[in-house]
Ligand binder design. Sequence first.
Ligand SMILES: *Cc1c(COP(=O)(O)O)cnc(C)c1O
Length: 354
Amino acid sequence: MLDTFAIDIQPTATSRLAELDPANMEFGKLFADHMLTVEFTDGEWQQPRIVPYGPLTISPANSALHYGQAIFEGAKAYRQADGSVALFRPLDNWRRLNASAERMAMPTVPEDIFLQGLRELVKLDAGWVPDTAGSSLYLRPFMFATDGFLGVRPSEKYHFGIITCPVAAFFTKPVRVRFEQKYVRAAPGGAGYAKNAGNYGAAMLPSKLAQQEGYHQLLWTDASEHQYVEESGAMNVMFVIDGVIITPALSTSILDGITRRSVLELARDWGLPVEERRVSSREVVAAIQEGRLTEAFGVGTAATIAPIATIGYEGHNYDLPALLDDAFARRVGAALEAIRTGHAADPHGWMVAV
Ligand SMILES: *Cc1c(COP(=O)(O)O)cnc(C)c1O
């Protein structure tokens, strides 16, 4: 990290902070005053700038719009017990952004632009980091192609930006999900491990159909047999069966979630049995029927931990037992929250002060 790295800062003349109502924060609606922008031209990243949040001008022939060269990240900044602000595992987001960039034939972003850009931006908009329990400032780094050229080839120009928005604690009603056995989110060798925009676009119809049937989300299964669990919407998924924490092993069709990684690290710290392997829908359903499955939950930056209440499979709904107070999902959610807000020690060095 270069302390001397200079970012041009053009502060806003009219802060919108007064519009922020900590009691009514809807995800992704109200953005903080500033954004980071950096252009990639002539084979290199240009001067990073922090400017007032606002529209961008793009060519109608922009190749991200036509061919989908667009990727993003999701991270959070947390108000600390001492009033300061810190980022959770931002370098993991940086590495994953670059893994996504490589898969999409886009340029990688240097660490100093990403990290220093994020820190300067959050420092400038620190007043937007809420301090109510479970709240945070959601950080959305993103990159897209900007060539105004309809030929199909990797763009020569790109925009890297970061926008941020305050978010409340994500109180999920226990989630209803169903195994998806027709549509596919990602296939081996595809781009499922990349956080690229197209993965989301293609998931919208199947997700909408599931919502019309009363489910909140899908449990995606593998592309060839529709048997093995992959992940759920924008979350990875975990099960506790016979006291063992089980999650699908990573592959080219599964997003390598930072929450997933953090939960597994804490489970291992606590000496709990963890298995990263293939998990079939039949195994999950049998374990529910036999009373051996005690927990199922999604893990991701937005919700942290989203307990699953019901799983649909082949036209039947299987209700899961209510989570006990000492359930792993609850304990690990609380432990993560304590580390993120500076209320507990951070033995893995996950937090980065802004
Ligand atoms: C972002 C994302 C996740 C969760 O990753 P986190 O780093 O934990 O937020 C899981 N699945 C998909 C498809 C995602 O895009």
